[in-house]
Design a protein around this ligand. Structure first.
Ligand SMILES: Cc1cc2nc3c(=O)[nH]c(=O)nc-3n(C[C@H](O)[C@H](O)[C@H](O)COP(=O)(O)O)c2cc1C
Length: 370
């Protein structure tokens, strides 16, 4: 159901509210934790180091107070928008997350279906535990492929080709992971070989293993890889992990079609700036020359609204969708996405806006101190 239509229905019939419960992401995470293997839960929940950035992401959105407008005729609210020209029901995309078969037996496939049901776009990780051709065929809905450039360039190129042939609409080049940020939570599971680059083999014809050197991320990549990736694939390249104005400008100069303000959900450099704090300087730096997205700690429709107000075109959501997938497969993930869209519709109406394009910086007050 279109979020705006559901909102209208709830207004006309208050009993509909009870029939379709609102999002309780904390309860959902507890349920996921109870169901999952403890290591799988910790792998998804973890941040790097002391998890200060993980916590800061959430706190920074909360600190941005809203300045609602009144008497604006919000009888017709729509959350619909576009990203790189692709229409979506709400500006809430699914962030790329590795190894989704840890969450559900048919992980990535479920998520593609959830994206279709919610009318939004899903990003699928290089670390997909499902073969990319299957991911592509799982649904007609638009999707993006997240790229880690691996030491084995042949492997990287084959993955990108499979993603393009499988209908990926853009590549999301993650720039913040030259090496993996250290986590303190004990994550002790062996990744089954069949979940590692499924369907691909090493130059000597062996299955790729988690510890195969060619499967490691290449720490030597630079801005020059943006254009190479675009040339190889013919697809727009969006760079993920931007936290600074100078980097955002360099991405644009190197041909990026978009940037994602992200600190990898607090999983890379602990102590890194919260994304709500970094977003304004990036928006300012690109000055409308490419789309800007943001992720990290988005948990409510009001957080989506805050991000739009600071100039984001859309947000990406990670862990809440993972908990939905773990507890209810495609339907569970779809409930999270639809719930956030509904909350956004409500937030738009309550700040006196009728659409994502109707949201500007006047709606937020500069952050107040802790
Ligand atoms: C378990 C897990 C795995 C992830 N794997 C990837 C990945 O493979 N590639 C990537 O670019 N980002 C990855 N991310 C980061 C997400 O794309 C996103 O930036 C982050 O989760 C957003 O924050 P949130 O979880 O607070 O919404 C991962 C995040 C989690 C939680």
């Amino acid at each position: 159901v279109e979020p705006a239509a559901r909102l209208a229905r709830e207004h006309e019939s208050p009993s509909a509210v009870a029939a379709e419960p609102r999002l309780d992401l904390e309860a959902l995470e507890r349920e996921a934790r109870d169901r999952l293997d403890p290591s799988a839960y910790d792998y998804y929940a973890a941040g790097a180091g002391d998890e200060t950035t993980l916590r800061a992401n959430l706190a920074a959105w909360e600190r941005l107070r809203l300045r609602p407008r009144i008497l604006r005729d919000v009888s017709g609210v729509s959350t619909a928008t576009t990203v790189l020209g692709t229409p979506i029901a709400a500006p809430v995309l699914v962030a790329p997350m590795a190894l989704q078969r840890l969450l559900h037996p048919t992980g990535e496939l479920e998520l593609r279906r959830a994206g279709e049901a919610a009318g939004t776009l899903v990003a699928i990780s290089t670390r997909s535990s499902t073969p990319i051709p299957e991911v592509g065929a799982a649904s007609q809905a638009p999707w993006w492929f997240q790229v880690y450039i691996l030491r084995d360039r042949g492997l990287t190129e084959e993955l990108v080709r499979r993603a393009r042939d499988g209908g990926a609409k853009a590549l999301l080049l993650t720039g913040d992971t030259p090496i993996l940020g250290g986590k303190r939570r004990p994550v002790e599971f062996d990744v089954p070989d069949e979940w590692v680059m499924p369907g691909l083999s090493t130059p000597d014809g062996m299955p790729v293993r988690d510890q195969s050197p060619g499967n490691f991320q290449d720490a030597s990549i630079t801005f020059a890889n943006i254009v190479r990736l675009a040339d190889l694939s013919g697809l727009p390249v969006v760079v993920k992990g931007v936290l600074r104005a100078d980097d955002a400008r360099r991405c644009v100069d190197a041909g990026a079609a978009g940037v994602v303000v992200s600190n990898h959900g607090g999983r890379q450099l602990d102590g890194a700036v919260a994304t709500a704090e970094a977003l304004p300087e990036v928006v300012d730096a690109v000055g409308g020359s490419c789309e800007v997205y943001v992720d990290g700690g988005i948990r409510r429709g009001t957080d989506v609204l805050r991000a739009l107000a600071l100039g984001a075109r859309a947000v990406l959501v990670g862990r809440p969708v993972a908990w939905g997938l773990a507890t209810g497969g495609a339907a569970g993930a779809e409930r999270v996405l639809a719930g956030l869209a509904l909350e956004l519709a409500e937030a738009l109406a309550l700040v006196g806006a009728t659409a994502p394009d109707d949201v500007g910086p006047d709606l937020v007050r500069p952050a107040v101190a802790d």
